[in-house]
Design a protein around this ligand. Structure first.
Ligand code: C2O
Length: 524
């Protein structure tokens, strides 16, 4: 095991895309930022120095941070922001995980430009459980706005406006040649005939679930969210916000140029070495954004590898059952254009961010920062996915957390509702991976649905899509003490309050409790 050090200078840089030029916040001037390469078992020390005008923090999305929430990063959850002109060193071990994860700013919408990949190689003496690829590359899917993102988000929040959608999707920061002024902003990957490549694909976009495919090429899915899967072949992958997917691609097509593409037509080029660019690139066929049957069959194929070396330790017995509804509502807002603004809620509670870190408040036992009365189920059950409900259910706002005793096994069913509008929601839990034991359309039926769970080889991940007008059931063992954020990774939903946090209590013995905070933890 080695200590790997990185220096992250958060700084403003002028960047142009789609014929527009604007200053953006970057890490070390890169868009996307630098990739972190590490080997399972290593210790990372990443010094983040903030030279930009925005206070910020960085989250290492999918890293478990065992007992060490201090390095997790979400602002006002595990730390106060790193102020302009200050530094903080994130120190953490990378244990028991290998594969592709990513990092991003974790305050408001700053992650629109502040993100990058994390590549964890298998530990010394081990290799991939699939044929060794010839080469590998990271593919970060993102979004680009011509306007300044922070400015419009602040304005939208103040006036209760719907979010602007982005002007383009990007692949490694580049929209590709189908957009104006973008010929030079095209990501190209060179391949050799007959060789196999590993693509580490990351959905770093803010608001859009994406598909990814390469014209004429099969993709073999081998890993998601840094957990190996049973390999399966597909023409397109579905990748929700915050998720990662590793695929193998064999360069076995007639030489030429091929486009990978997503559904707002960001394109990049797969170029066969030694072949002149005379053949017109072709676009792959991708499912429609609303193709739920593709999504259901794709998700059915996703299964844990579940071999003796990589077992799926699914909790079979559940100690604590949680059922959370996802809903939208409106609250009055005198400064807003229509006098109201959207709120989003879990069990009808819209989360309010505190002004000190929740983990500090927990560790130092500060009173009055949060309550631990988050309800395990909605107070009044209703027909969640029946006729559209327009009634405002009187959503309340609060900093309410759910307390979980150490090592309990937890089942959480996330139920989408037809309150005001329906949408799919990519839910991310910090500090843990979980098993996706079941999913379905309509209302979750506690009498019938659990009998259909996959408790043998369900996919294990850190972010899962809850289908439009449907539900998803996840299980995990609460063995990582601390305060862990859970939220929709769709950024404007998060902003509207679609988030909450778990307080997982310390275990017996000092080796099972939250570690002491580092000396340079940013003050509040
Ligand atoms: Cu990738 Cu709380 O975020």
């Amino acid at each position: 095991a080695a200590i790997k050090k990185y220096q992250f200078d958060v700084q403003v840089k002028k960047v142009s895309r789609l014929c527009h030029s604007k200053p953006i916040v970057t890490v070390n001037g890169g868009f996307p930022g630098p990739t972190i390469y590490v080997q399972e078992g290593d210790r990372l020390q990443i010094n983040v120095t903030n030279h930009a005008q925005y206070n910020m923090s960085i989250h290492w999305h999918g890293l478990k941070q065992y007992r060490n929430g201090w390095a997790d990063g979400p602002t006002y959850v595990t730390q106060c922001p790193i102020q302009t002109g200050s530094s903080y060193t994130y120190v953490f071990n990378v244990t028991g995980q290998r594969g592709t994860l990513w990092w991003h700013a974790h305050i408001l919408w700053l992650r629109a430009t502040v993100y990058g990949a994390i590549v964890i190689m298998p530990k010394q003496g081990t290799s991939f459980p699939f044929p060794q690829p010839y080469r590998e590359t990271e593919i970060l899917l993102g979004e680009w706005w011509n306007v300044d993102v922070e400015t419009f988000v602040n304005k939208a929040t103040r006036l209760g406006l719907p979010p602007n959608s982005s002007d383009a999707h990007t692949i490694n920061g580049k929209p590709g040649p189908l957009f104006p002024c973008s010929e030079k902003h095209t990501f190209a990957m060179e391949v050799e005939q007959g060789k196999t490549y590993l693509l580490r694909i990351i959905n770093a976009a803010l608001n859009d679930e994406l598909f990814f495919g390469i014209a004429g090429q099969n993709l073999i899915v081998v890993e998601v969210d840094a957990v190996y899967t049973k390999p399966f072949t597909t023409q397109a992958i579905l990748i929700a916000l915050g998720q990662t997917t590793n695929v193998l691609v064999k360069a076995n097509q007639a030489p030429g140029r091929y486009f990978p593409v997503d559904n707002k037509t960001a394109t990049a080029i797969l170029q066969y070495r030694g072949v002149l660019n005379t053949i017109l690139p072709s676009l792959p066929q991708l499912p429609n954004p609303n193709d739920t049957s593709f999504a259901l069959s794709y998700n059915k194929k996703l299964r844990s590898l579940n071999t003796p070396n990589f077992p799926a330790n699914v909790p079979l017995k559940v100690d604590r059952k949680l059922f959370y509804t996802i809903g939208f509502g409106k609250e009055s807002c005198p400064s807003c254009i229509n006098g109201t603004r959207f709120v989003a809620s879990l069990n009808n509670i819209s989360f309010e961010m505190p002004h000190v870190g929740l983990l500090q408040a927990h560790y130092f036992n500060l009173k009055g920062v949060f309550k631990t009365d988050f309800p395990d189920r909605p107070s009044t059950p209703f027909n969640y996915t029946g006729a559209p409900l327009t009634a405002n259910l009187g959503t309340s706002t609060g900093t309410r957390l759910s307390k979980i005793a150490f090592n309990l096994t937890v089942e959480l069913v996330l139920q989408d509702t037809n309150l005001l509008t329906v949408e799919s929601h990519p839910f991310h839990l910090h500090g843990y991976n979980f098993f996706v034991v079941g999913t379905g359309i309509g209302n979750f039926d506690p009498a019938k649905d659990p009998a259909k769970y996959n408790l043998v080889d369900p996919v294990e991940r850190n972010t899962v899509g809850v289908p439009t007008c449907g539900w998803t059931a996840i299980r995990f063992r609460a063995d990582n003490p601390g305060v862990w954020f859970m939220h929709c990774h769709l950024e404007f939903h998060t902003g509207w309050g679609l988030k909450m946090a778990f307080v997982v209590e310390d275990g017996p013995g000092s080796d099972l409790s939250v570690l002491p905070p580092p000396k340079d933890l940013p003050p509040c």
